[in-house]
Ligand binder design. Sequence first.
Ligand SMILES: C/C1=C2N=C(/C=C3N=C(/C(C)=C4\N[C@@](C)([C@@H]5N=C1[C@](C)(CCC(=O)O)[C@H]5CC(=O)O)[C@@](C)(CC(=O)O)[C@@H]4CCC(=O)O)[C@@](C)(CC(=O)O)[C@@H]\3CCC(=O)O)C(C)(C)[C@@H]/2CCC(=O)O
Length: 218
Amino acid sequence: MRRPRKAYTYVDDGPAIYVDSFATIRREARLDGVPTDAEKLAVRMIHGSGQVDLVDDLVIHPELVSAARTALMLGAPILTDARMVAMGITAGRLPADNPVHCFLTDPQVPDLATTWGTTRTAAAVSLWEPLLDGAVVAIGNAPTALFHLLEMILDGGPRPAAVVGCPVGFIGAAESKEALASFGTDHGIDLPFVTVRGRRGGSAMASSAINALAQEAE
Ligand SMILES: C/C1=C2N=C(/C=C3N=C(/C(C)=C4\N[C@@](C)([C@@H]5N=C1[C@](C)(CCC(=O)O)[C@H]5CC(=O)O)[C@@](C)(CC(=O)O)[C@@H]4CCC(=O)O)[C@@](C)(CC(=O)O)[C@@H]\3CCC(=O)O)C(C)(C)[C@@H]/2CCC(=O)O
């Protein structure tokens, strides 16, 4: 293998890229409204999206960071809506070799989705049930997965320790995240969460949030 002749000027030192990125974010983002223990979470979510104004739309439950960290240190599983989210989680940052699950490809999922008349991602969330109590949830793609999770909890299902709820897009994304943000007020069920109001979100952002919650270091 031969490295091609370098024709452009760019930074190609991986660790230096990270250091410069985080310094840029801290210079440009308005982090003063973010709770101190959630600063690194906000920085990583901005890093994963490339948008410093993301901070204006972040909603962070006051107990989110401590609840998620405690659960992860105790070995809680991480449940994701899409394989993309699972793949973005850095195993080496997880404090207790935490298992990461996405059930989208489980053979039961297509039939469940057809029978219930819903998406595969929402149907796959039902397969979380035996693992959901005290788990850390990361939803980065599918609004229907987030709605389905909230419906399971309202139906008396197990409660996760913390929810990263960042589905992206135009249909149902903003609405599902509003439902998460107002879940405690609307239903009297206190669920530590982080979300981003509006259409923004995505699998990379959800993975970044978990990576921040997993480890303090940047
Ligand atoms: C409506 C859906 C949306 N998907 C979006 C964006 C992206 N999705 C990608 C991929 C590869 C996958 N998306 C599925 C989850 C698939 N996407 C949907 C659904 C049709 C319904 C979800 C919902 O509305 O709640 C969903 C299929 C389902 O039945 O649940 C995926 C499972 C489809 C598939 O390949 O089978 C698949 C996830 C695979 C995995 O990781 O495990 C994109 C990479 C597509 C692309 O850009 O090429 C992209 C990734 C975005 C991200 O950051 O996650 C939207 C925009 C979120 C859209 C929902 C909202 C809208 O307004 O359209």
